[in-house]
Design a binder for this molecule. Sequence first.
Ligand code: HEM
Length: 448
Amino acid sequence: MTLPPKPAARPDNVSLRQYVRLFRKDILSAQPARLYRAWMAEFRTPFFRSYLLNQPDLLKTVLKDRPDDFPKSSRISEGLRPLLGNSVFLTNGETWKRQRRIIDPAFEGGRLRDTFAAMWAASEAAVRRLQAHEGRVVEIEEETSHAAADVIFRTLFSIPIEHDIASQVFDQFRAYQRSQPILNLAAFVPLPRWFPRFFRRETKATAAAIRGLIRQLTEERMAAIRAGTAPDDLATKIMTTRDPQTGDRFDSAEMVDQVAIFFLAGHETSASALAWALYLVAANPDWQEKIASEAADLQEDFGAVSRLKISRDVFREALRLYPPVPMMVRQSTCPERFRDRDIAPGAQMVLSPWHLHRHERLWENPDAFDPARWGTENGKQCAREAYMPFSAGPRVCTGAGFAMVEGPLILSMIVKHFRITPQGPPPVPVAYLTVRSRDGIRLRLERR
Ligand code: HEM
């Protein structure tokens, strides 16, 4: 079996200048191959230290056991601040805890069932759009971005992507992405903290335009809630939920920050995962056929999604090989001793789903596409200890359950309708806003 694409690693020893240059090109190929075997690695720069952690018990310490001692690193937030303001993705401490108390109930299991009709409608719309390309080659990342954005607008605001404001947000967001990649270099590049960070004028202007559009949506919704005419969707749920501890709710301004993150975190990630999953099934026709037969009698029924077991295993495998969020960064706040090394407060702790998911000492055949692994002993153990596409602990992705319904559903719907084959050279994974293909992913679609 040919292995799915993996970026070439850099040589073990390079100077800081070379590293920065490689990093600018792509964070994944800037890393040495030894990180796929190491339990922990240290990076020294003149202004701060960073440590990449791959050892399951250390990850547990940082994410699950003592998350308050390892808040989100502010360095990683810099690139997102203009767009996301004070959203739950960027905050820490009490502010973050309060925001999660209000947001989490909207994503509980029971509520997920309520969003299903909107997800189903979005997956049908995605199939209809693809039908226009039958017999031709499509760049699938563009299609999955469109589909995932549609899911978010339908579930959050009960509007499809064709809605005037929704489509403007989607278009503006693409411009933002081009001007400001999420993995802002400032997060890793050795600039001292006092060094001013400049955002390009264009980045700020686009962020302001997106926030203006979102403000319009949230203000209209606030008015509808007051008038008793609001639809029962995620936005209404989040805007009417009171913090169980203080009794207060998000006002319209706070809601703009939260909607911005739902849109960003909720569509970029799912779009990336779905595009890679479709590439993997295109390259592995045996698995594609298994999904197609499992999906043959798929109906609009929430319960049916739980029966999409093969599709779910394939989607999980896509999230393992191409985790949309390849790395996360936390900051130490007190002196630590990890693997006999002293770690000073202020160190950057890099948690890398990308390396953990392909760790050579943990996974059997780490670089192979094998959805059957989830049924093996090794797969089950790694699923518990070495798999974190949605992070882990109290700061786990709020949309994890949502994404695990949406992803397999859309994957199954597309494979049910089309036979897909890869076209051209294999895609090269790079980390942009999420893990994407450097030159797009081209697939040929034929009607089944
Ligand atoms: C395949 C799809 C997705 C993946 C792989 C993913 C992954 C992640 C990861 C790794 C984080 C943690 C980041 C960090 O700690 O630095 C995160 C956070 C978050 N995600 Fe997702 N996500 C997905 C879909 C979604 C969806 C659909 C939504 C909402 C509808 C969502 C909303 C959020 C929010 C609000 C946070 C911030 C949570 C916090 O910091 O407390 N995500 N996601």
